[in-house]
Design a protein around this ligand. Structure first.
Ligand code: SF4
Ligand code: SF4
Length: 386
């Protein structure tokens, strides 16, 4: 089936099983009843191949991120990684690091021909406050060092909330110094984050004063954050106008809804991994992935940013930023509402942010990182802004 959709990546939580019980886990793995109910309903390797990975070719998908729970607790984890690469996808693996040792990293390298990225969670690194989202932070750092030694790419996911607003700059400095890419993921009301969200979710002041100054200053994190004040004209120029309907691609930036899609262990899809338990776009057991997306009202909405409401609906950065759909949903119940954590107050689409010039400047440098990671290909024309 051909569709007019074009996504960059799949984020697949291929099991809910996990040995840890992290207090702010953003996956579905910490809810015991869900994990138990899920075990018998997990997609097996053949289903993943037939219902997800092969149909994903029709959606233009280039990369598959495997996550959990703890993905490595699946007995067929290496087979799935091997299949990912054999089908021509870039592979990445989000892990809690608990069972990862040198031998296992070497096995991952062998299965993927060295083309895997290892993603880990670290929420804070400073003198008083060292902790990772998953295993002990020392263990996580050990794995990052081993990856470097073995020659596997590394990436860090930082879940942001009030708990790490004060330490965020130090954590980012630590990663930048080691040239490790990162992205921020908001603490939301999912998994065990549900009980912390009302008190621990960040607000627009935290974003304006604590997180945004660090995010806009360092290009290693430009992969995705909001609010993102990139000139739409500049993105059009460097990308050759590449979009998934209205969502900017080549490289993906701002909110990744419309550039990736999430899948649960049982085959349900959504527009972002942190929305997987709350916004259901259907199940691949009912229709293969490409047909499912093509018939989904949720994906139709989310890839049409002209439907955004409130400030996001009248904003110059409606397309290049899009606002965090998860924060909109978890704070208002409407996934197309304005991002309540944004501090920008546009009168209309002519209002320019004081941060646009800096964002544009650093974005041009970020293109080098995006090219290395395969998220950016210079369009075939004479002039680009790079
Ligand atoms: S909704 Fe968008 S900005 Fe928010 S976490 Fe998901 S991809 Fe990122
Ligand atoms: S108003 Fe919405 S689209 Fe505009 S910068 Fe803020 S979050 Fe982004």
């Amino acid at each position: 089936m051909r569709t007019d959709y074009n996504f960059y990546a799949i984020y697949f939580e291929a099991t809910r099983v996990c040995n840890l019980n992290c207090p702010m886990c953003m996956t579905g793995s910490n809810e015991v009843s869900r994990v138990r109910a899920s075990r018998a309903r997990e997609l097996d390797l053949d289903e993943i191949r037939e219902r997800v990975l092969l149909p994903a070719k029709n959606l233009g998908v280039q990369a598959v991120a495997w996550s959990g729970g703890e993905f490595l607790l699946r007995k067929d984890a290496l087979d799935l990684l091997r299949l990912t690469v054999e089908l021509g996808y870039k592979a990445s693996l989000c892990t809690n690091c608990e069972s990862l040792d040198r031998d296992q990293l070497l096995a991952i390298k062998e299965a993927t021909g060295g083309r895997a990225t290892i993603s880990v969670g670290i929420n804070a690194i400073d003198d008083e406050n060292n902790w990772s989202r998953d295993a002990e932070v020392a263990r996580t750092l050990e794995v990052l060092d081993l990856c470097k030694e073995i020659g596997l790419d590394r990436h860090v996911i930082i879940t942001i909330g009030k708990h790490n607003a004060d330490s965020f700059q130090k954590t980012v400095d630590f990663l930048v110094k080691r040239r490790i890419s990162y992205n921020r993921s908001p603490l939301v009301a999912r998994g065990s984050g549900r009980e912390h969200f009302s008190a621990g979710g960040f607000d627009r002041n935290d974003m304006e004063e604590k997180f945004h100054p660090s995010l806009r200053r360092h290009i290693n994190g430009y992969v995705s954050y909001t609010p993102y004040f990139l000139s739409p004209e500049l993105h059009d120029e460097v990308s050759g106008g590449a979009r998934n309907r209205t969502v900017p691609q080549n490289p993906p930036i701002g909110c990744w809804c419309g550039n990736w899609l999430g899948i649960t262990a049982e085959g349900s899809i959504s527009v972002c991994p942190v929305l997987l338990d709350d916004l259901d776009g259907g199940n691949v057991r009912d229709k293969p992935l490409d047909e499912l997306v093509a018939s989904s009202k949720l994906f139709e909405d989310i890839t049409d940013r002209t439907r955004l409401k409130g400030r996001c609906g009248r904003c110059r950065y409606q397309v290049t930023c899009g606002g965090c759909r998860a924060m909109a949903y978890y704070q208002t119940g409407d996934y197309m509402a304005e991002d309540p954590t944004c501090f920008f107050e546009p009168e209309d689409e002519t209002t320019v942010s004081e941060h646009e010039a800096e964002t544009n400047r650093r974005f041009k440098k970020y293109l080098m990182i995006a090219r290395y990671s395969g998220q950016y290909v210079r369009p075939p024309k004479e002039e680009t802004a790079e």
